[in-house]
Design a binder for this molecule. Structure first.
Ligand code: CA2
Length: 149
């Protein structure tokens, strides 16, 4: 059966493509969703793509992944650097979570160098703009295949 992958996007990512293309690339969030849909189809994955500006909503969706998804791709955006609640929800979902960032936080301000998610994620992909989501889907397809999902 096709693995169900939840792709979660955090605050302000709805503005993608409208500002700061030199940092985040030229794709809109709709373009990234379309890339994920195409890649997911090629990999035999079912993709559920969501964005929220609210920490609690992201936590609720991660909790839902416990029973509703086989793996998660997570760009928690600014909450990456602040949210113990999202870290706890990543742990609680007990599914492989791949952390993705469009930009490379390590080449930016110091406060972006710490992630509350990286050490509890299955892996981290950053710095490749929208392409990073496709790379993350390839990785999660491997992980889900390996665990027999
Ligand atoms: O590079 C990423 O994907 C980030 O997760 C994006 C976050 C940032 O806080 C992280 O350090 C790295 C910011 C998302 C804001 O997205 C915007 C997109 C276009 C215009 C304005 C904001």
């Amino acid at each position: 059966m096709a693995a169900n992958i939840l792709v979660l996007n955090g605050p302000n990512l709805n503005l993608l493509g409208l500002r700061e293309p030199e940092i985040y690339g030229v794709d809109t969030l709709g373009d990234v969703e379309a890339r994920c849909a195409t890649k997911g189809k090629a990999l035999g994955l079912t993709i559920d793509f969501r964005q929220s500006n609210h920490e609690g909503e992201l936590v609720t969706w991660l909790q839902e992944a416990r029973t509703g998804a086989d793996g998660v791709i997570l760009n928690a955006a600014g909450y990456t650097h602040t949210s113990v609640a999202i870290r706890d929800a990543v742990l609680a979902c007990e599914k492989p979570v791949i952390e993705v960032h469009l930009s490379n936080p390590y080449s930016r301000e110091d406060f972006r160098h710490h992630s509350f998610i990286s050490d509890v994620a299955a892996g981290v992909i950053c710095g490749f703009a929208g392409k990073g989501y496709e790379l993350a889907l390839e990785a999660i397809a491997d992980i889900c295949g390996r665990s027999g999902n």
